[in-house]
Design a protein around this ligand. Structure first.
Ligand SMILES: Cc1ncc(C[n+]2csc(CCOP(=O)(O)OP(=O)(O)O)c2C)c(N)n1
Ligand SMILES: CC(=O)[C@@H](O)[C@H](O)COP(=O)(O)O
Ligand SMILES: [Mg+2]
Length: 641
């Protein structure tokens, strides 16, 4: 890393203040620019953290797309969007990378507020082809000559939405749509499934490529009707039918296929994209790339970093800069192995994220009991239903935000059949650097409406282990645990008492206020109670542990207080506070309730701490608001008398 506190921007890159500057560069300068971009990305992302591997893999791809197409007249959609740093640099934002993924700085995904060249801000995978289908249909309707280019990874292609889109795209030959498959063989882990096998047939047999290209060039010169026949005949004859598999896979759908092309050969890519653009209809360009291409950190085990987003790291060794504390994920990973050792019926399912969700630990111990289904959360849930119907107890480990996708499968495939599936939602609550489409704030509001589904919110490592074991013991209904990103509390938060199943964390005999703390904000609630006590306000704090359905004991207890507060790391609308208020109304014990939660809205990225502070979810803010509320009520009572 250069000693300056800014990433080094080379002479060619520093001359790119806007896309036109890049598009007017001499072709002879492009290889040098690619080198500058690689050095710049490693230097910049080493400081901020981010998706270094995926972005190093698309340097030439992004350059070629912007040379052949004319953004924003032509629209470019990045699937998942984590691989759009090169795009941001080529559209004049290289000088803003010091703030990448931090408050007020560049987001780690496309951002309409940042640039007219950015379109899709959602970081959820497998959406690009559906956007592209719609975008291109609109252009066809208006008779526009604008093209749509969708860059989709091989991992994203394991998501069902991609195939729903391809089915529609294949039905039209008037969509000016170029689908660039960025095939690097990996999501985080190696891409799984039959699709991956077909795609890798090419990657593993490079010898076929020249032959394939010859076929391709020959085929181009034959009228359309003869192409497929000739290609098929020639392929069969020369035994290349496997290598043509991807072509078959896509052209069987009726979509033209160009490739495979070397995704790091700018000239080859440009030729392929020019040809694809010339078709004037839907066409797939299959590019073979390598994640992290051009950078080889000294530590081979940093390969994982190539794939998952990383925290700041040393650009030479790849070593993370800050020592990582014990994460919630690590506690879960260990407990999953411990429970699986005790319970042979326990199996685990991940949607292409064995490492980030921690199930990789069980994968090493019992590989036959862990299923990586690809980026396919809906499939994961209903496949879990099938496993449970046949006597297994599946643990579906998934980020909270990605669980949004699988509501229907949860309510009607799992819960309606009363199946023992345990959902473990990591990154529940505000996450931070990845922005609004990554915040795990909807799960409580969405899933507490599912009949029979029980939700637990552990507050520390000990309660995570306990509540996970309790969940696995439930064999006639689904269960769900939710915990946040980042470090687990170093010390467990002890209960000073237990009241009918409720953990009492702070107790005052002559208390005047009840604070109900949910999960990861229990520590915050305890601290707020201490601040209140310093003001002479006596607040008892309880942790219900299982937050949905609302425990009867909690409704009974809360109904005895003049004022109740709830604290949760999730959306306020429909969240735990709403649920308790509703239960109190139903019990006839309606009491004033202040619910501290995440207000609805699109909260811009930052650190988790910054966002929690913005949202009033800090001990100081909670204590301040409750002090004011207690005083207001005191004055009102005095006035009344
Ligand atoms: C619905 C959904 N599930 C999981 C993720 C987490 N995720 C982010 S990037 C990624 C891997 C994507 O692989 P690929 O599409 O091949 O792109 P590459 O990183 O290889 O360029 C995953 C699983 C996500 N963004 N969206
Ligand atoms: C883009 C994406 O969905 C993930 O890579 C996301 O960045 C995960 O973030 P963490 O694993 O750091 O929580
Ligand atoms: Mg990939």
């Amino acid at each position: 890393m250069n000693p300056h506190d800014e990433p080094e921007i080379g002479p060619l890159l520093s001359g790119i203040g806007r896309l036109a500057d890049f598009k007017s560069l001499d072709e002879a300068d492009l290889p040098a620019l690619a080198e500058e971009l690689r050095g710049f990305l490693v230097d910049a992302v080493a400081r901020t953290g981010g998706h270094i591997g995926p972005n190093l893999g698309v340097v030439e791809l992004t350059m070629a797309i912007h040379r052949v197409f004319d953004s924003p007249h032509d629209q470019i959609v990045f699937d998942t969007g984590h691989q759009s740093y090169v795009h941001k640099a080529l559209t004049g934002r290289a000088g803003q990378f010091t703030g990448l993924r931090s408050r007020g700085g560049l987001t780690g995904y496309p951002s309409q507020a940042e640039s007219p060249h950015d379109l899709v801000e959602n970081s959820h995978a497998s959406t690009a082809l559906s956007y592209a289908d719609g975008l291109a249909k609109a252009h066809a309707l208006s008779g526009s000559d604008r093209h749509v280019v969708a860059l989709v990874g091989d991992g994203a292609l394991t998501g069902g939405m991609c195939w729903e889109a391809l089915n529609n795209i294949a039905a039209r030959d008037d969509l000016k749509l170029v689908i660039v498959v960025n095939d690097n063989g990996r999501s985080y882990a190696p891409t799984v499934g039959g699709l991956a096998k077909r795609l890798s047939a090419l990657r593993l047999n490079p010898g076929y490529e020249p032959a394939l290209r010859r076929i391709q060039e020959l085929v181009e010169r034959i009228p359309v009707f003869g192409r497929a026949a000739y290609a098929g005949l020639h392929a069969a004859k020369t035994g290349l039918k496997d290598a043509l598999a991807p072509q078959g896979m896509f052209s069987d759908l009726g979509i033209k296929y160009v490739g495979p092309v070397d995704g790091h050969d700018l000239a080859e890519l440009t030729l392929a994209l020019e040809r694809a653009k010339g078709f004037g209809g839907p066409v797939i360009v299959h590019a073979l790339t390598e994640k992290g291409h051009g950078w080889a950190p000294a530590r081979a085990d940093e390969a994982e970093q190539m794939h998952a987003p990383s925290a700041a790291f040393d650009p030479i060794t790849g070593e993370p800069v800050a020592a990582s504390k014990r994460r919630w994920t690590g506690v879960f990973a260990d407990e999953l192995v411990a429970q699986a050792n005790l319970r042979p019926e326990v199996v685990a399912i991940t949607a292409a994220m064995p490492g980030p969700t921690g199930v990789d630990k069980l994968m090493k111990r019992h590989p036959e009991r862990v299923f990586d289904v690809g980026i396919a959360e809906q499939h994961a849930v209903t496949s879990a239903a099938g496993l449970a119907m046949n006597g297994m107890h599946p643990v579906v480990a998934v980020y909270s935000t990605f669980m949004n996708r699988a509501f229907d499968q949860t309510v009607l495939d799992v819960a309606m059949h009363k199946l023992p599936v345990t959902f473990v939602l990591d990154r529940a609550g505000i996450t931070g650097p990845d922005g609004p489409s990554h915040y795990g704030i909807w799960d409580t509001s969405i899933f507490r409406v599912v009949p029979g589904l029980r939700i637990a919110a552990p507050r520390d490592a000990a309660s995570l282990r306990e509540e996970f074991a309790e969940a696995l013991a439930v064999d006639d209904a689904p269960t769900m645990l939710r915990f946040p990103t980042g470090a687990v509390p170093e010390a467990d938060i002890p209960a000073v008492d237990v009241h009918e199943g409720l953990d009492v964390l702070v107790k005052h005999e002559d208390d005047e206020l009840l604070v109900v703390a949910c999960g990861s904000l229990a520590g915050t609630a305890v601290r707020a109670a201490e601040l209140l006590a310093a003001q002479g306000i006596r607040a008892t704090v309880v942790d219900p542990r299982w937050i949905s359905p609302v425990p009867d004991a909690l409704v009974k207890l809360a109904g005895q207080y003049p004022l109740v507060a709830t604290v949760e790391d999730g959306i306020r609308t429909g969240g735990f506070g709403d649920a308790l208020a509703q239960a109190l109304r139903d019990s006839g014990d309606e009491v004033p309730l202040v619910d501290f939660a995440v207000e609805r809205g699109w909260h811009p990225h930052g650190t988790r701490a910054q966002l929690l502070a913005d949202l009033g979810l800090t001990p100081e803010a909670i204590a301040e608001r409750l002090t004011a509320e207690v005083h207001r009520r005191g004055e009102a009572e005095a006035h009344h008398h």
